[in-house]
Design a protein around this ligand. Structure first.
Ligand SMILES: Nc1ncnc2c1ncn2[C@@H]1O[C@H](COP(=O)(O)OP(=O)(O)OP(=O)(O)O)[C@@H](O)[C@H]1O
Ligand SMILES: Nc1ccn([C@@H]2O[C@H](COP(=O)(O)O)[C@@H](O)[C@H]2O)c(=O)n1
Length: 194
């Protein structure tokens, strides 16, 4: 039986960094589910059709990591038909043997409510903006505004809003180094049987 680790949290909180490290540590597959919504947003046209016809090649586009792609993703992610078109793929991925780590906004609440480990990774708005600005070589103030706008939209939408699952463990990475955050997550996963 497959072991699932679900990681949710706001933009640039460090979810992906922790997810990749957990996957490497335990030999699990990793899916950055944000990439699915980024690809749908970047494809343009009818987002429902784009979500239904998404291909692995669409996820390899080199323009998916930009702030603009993040905003476009957040807009299409509020469309219920877009979300439902992507559910089966994510749930199938979660059953990869011997285990899978999925990070996103609704993994612990909607996609994998039965996950063996659930983490909700967060950090202060300012710290997240500083880290993302450094990563993209972008203006910190602009990124801060963009992150807040995106988080507000993600948390307020009617379908699968971003929120911490009742049984998720909160990890605030504001004052943690990457190594400290990863170690904390590894210990939690180990204790849960990973
Ligand atoms: N604990 C940490 N200390 C310092 N920098 C960190 C820490 N965790 C992550 N980072 C850096 O912050 C940036 C955002 O991290 P990451 O991409 O993991 O966030 P995310 O939550 O997956 O973002 P997104 O929602 O956009 O997918 C990256 O540049 C990463 O290297
Ligand atoms: N499970 C998910 C994952 C992502 N989204 C939406 O996609 C946007 C981009 O996600 P990143 O993780 O790459 O920042 C995000 O702002 C959400 O709108 C989602 O809805 N559900």
């Amino acid at each position: 039986m497959s072991f699932t680790i679900a990681i949710d949290g706001p933009a640039a909180s460090g979810k992906g960094t922790i997810a990749r490290a957990l996957a490497a540590r335990f030999g699990f597959a990793h899916l950055d589910t944000g990439l699915l919504y980024r690809a749908v947003g970047a494809l343009g046209g009818d987002p429902i059709l784009a979500a239904r016809e998404l291909t692995p090649d669409d996820l390899r586009r080199d323009d998916l990591r930009s702030a603009a792609a993040g905003q476009a993703a957040s807009r299409v992610a509020a469309i219920p038909e877009v979300r439902s078109a992507l559910v089966d793929f994510q749930r199938r991925f979660a059953r990869t043997e011997p285990g899978a780590v999925l990070d996103g906004r609704d993994i612990g609440t909607v996609i994998c409510p039965e996950a063996e480990v659930k983490l909700y990774v967060t950090a202060s708005d300012e710290i997240r903006a500083r880290r993302r600005a450094l990563e993209l070589g972008a203006d910190e103030g602009v990124i801060l505004t963009e992150l807040r706008e995106r988080d507000a939209r993600d948390a307020a939408r009617d379908v699968a809003p971003m929120r911490q699952a009742d049984d998720a463990v909160l990890i605030d990475t504001s004052t943690l180094t990457i190594d400290e955050a990863v170690e904390l997550a590894i210990n939690l996963a180990r204790r849960a049987g990973a």
